[in-house]
Design a protein around this ligand. Structure first.
Ligand SMILES: NC(=O)c1ccc[n+]([C@@H]2O[C@H](COP(=O)([O-])OP(=O)(O)OC[C@H]3O[C@@H](n4cnc5c(N)ncnc54)[C@H](O)[C@@H]3O)[C@@H](O)[C@H]2O)c1
Length: 268
């Protein structure tokens, strides 16, 4: 392996971060640029992508796209390659997180099928389509790294959010398939599974989350977008060149134990 400059691990690399205007995506964009990379910050909300790109100067490009629209994903990838001259890293990170849609993402009986379909289109099919159009460009550069954001919700069941959880479970296996199918051509593909991460949006949409989830976290603190960005940077860099097809949990130890026992102890 070539010697690694730990401050500039991503020098010369080009990344696309979908949902790059959001809480986690913007932290990833900042981290990749801090490590020497260049980024396309892609989001359905152009204003938020533009705001993050403006902070990062020439190393960043804001692109509007819809992760639920395959033509728009293809256009995002072509525009990035044209602008930066190639593509090495794809962080599929966009997901429907708005309470206006999430409130309909309920149970098997109650979820409206159009809500189920839109969630799977954006959160899961959008990730496949990103891989479909990014991989040939990565192979042309000798390889690349794809990081797909899953979630704790893709590993266990829940009382609500059946669409979200199912999309995140699909991402874990999608990542293994892509890793298996293109590993020999230098493509690595991994999923990451965050637990609760305190972004501005999470703080607003679930204000009491720290209190209710706190007692289940082995590490006794909530996750931050910067925690996730550090993992994405590592998986993007050549330093992780022997890791592929994995789902790496980054969740403070919330799923390593039986939650009812923590509740029981808390009641004593
Ligand atoms: N925050 C958490 O607690 C948490 C936990 C586990 C997993 N995740 C995952 O992390 C990722 C980032 O979430 P976040 O917390 O930063 O949320 P966020 O709402 O801050 O960011 C999501 C971004 O995706 C964009 N987006 C939504 N629909 C889109 C579409 N159709 N096309 C393009 N962009 C679209 C939004 O505009 C937003 O900027 C998501 O995949 C989410 O499921 C988050």
């Amino acid at each position: 392996m070539k010697p690694i400059n730990l401050n500039q691990r991503l020098a010369g690399k080009v990344a696309i971060i979908t949902g790059g205007g959001g809480g986690i995506g913007s932290a990833v964009a900042r981290r990749i640029v801090a490590e020497g990379g260049r980024v396309a910050i892609a989001d359905i909300v152009l204003d938020s992508a533009t705001e993050v790109a403006a902070e990062l100067g020439d190393a960043a490009l804001a692109v509007q796209f819809d992760a639920g629209d395959p033509a728009s994903i293809e256009a995002l990838i072509e525009r990035t390659v044209e602008h930066f001259g190639g593509l090495d890293i794809l962080h599929n990170n966009a997901a429907i997180t708005t309470p206006e849609i999430q409130k309909y993402d309920t149970t098997a009986v109650d979820i409206p099928l159009e809500v189920w379909k839109r969630i799977l289109d954006v959160n899961l099919t959008g990730y496949l389509v990103g891989c479909k159009y990014a991989i040939p460009h990565m192979i042309a550069r000798g390889g690349g790294s794809i990081i797909n954001t899953a979630s704790n919700s893709g590993i266990v069941g829940d009382l609500g959010r059946i669409g979200y959880g199912t999309s995140k479970a699909g991402i874990i296996n999608l990542s293994k398939h892509v890793a298996t199918q293109y590993g020999r051509q230098g493509i690595r593909c991994n999923a990451i599974a965050p637990g609760i991460v305190l972004t501005e949006a999470t703080k607003k949409s679930v204000p009491h989350i720290a209190e209710s989830f706190g007692k289940h976290l082995a590490l006794n603190r909530m996750g931050t977008p910067e925690d996730i960005a550090a993992l994405v940077a590592y998986l993007s860099a050549d330093e992780s060149s022997y890791i592929t097809g994995q789902c790496i949990s980054i969740e403070g130890g919330s799923l390593i134990h039986q939650p009812h026992f923590a509740d029981y102890m808390g009641d004593q």
